[in-house]
Design a protein around this ligand. Sequence first.
Ligand code: RB5
Length: 146
Amino acid sequence: MKLGICSDHAGFEYKCELKDYLKGKGYEVVDFGTDSTESMDYPDVAHPLAESVENGSVDLGIAMCGTGNGMAMTLNKHQGIRAGLAWNTEIGRLVKQHNNANILVMPARFITVEEARHIIDIWLETEFEGGRHSRRIEKISTRQSE
Ligand code: RB5
């Protein structure tokens, strides 16, 4: 599986650690930046990651900024993206099981890197449940009449 990863300056150190962790587990990891702790604008890396998930050049994505909100807001502007914010393992499980998030977003300033590893592990291991949740995620992009 090929994973795309990105962060802004607030998540840069986590991104470095998590990239090594994922490579160690055998994943191919494509890094969309940023490349340092120098202040930058999260949309500059979020949009390229979203496009790569949408066009299938990576299978899934992981994104981090300070709170996770800027990344999630930007990523979810893309029609093919379901970016879900998770800050503990239970939400990491549910964001795949119920929402089939194709990009996992984490708040680097509010979790430890160890917690981030566990959240990623459970999100990658969990299967989408389908059923009523398929109907619900199909309704996200366009309003459907009853
Ligand atoms: C950077 O200071 C911070 O605003 C950013 O990482 C993120 O939290 C935005 O949503």
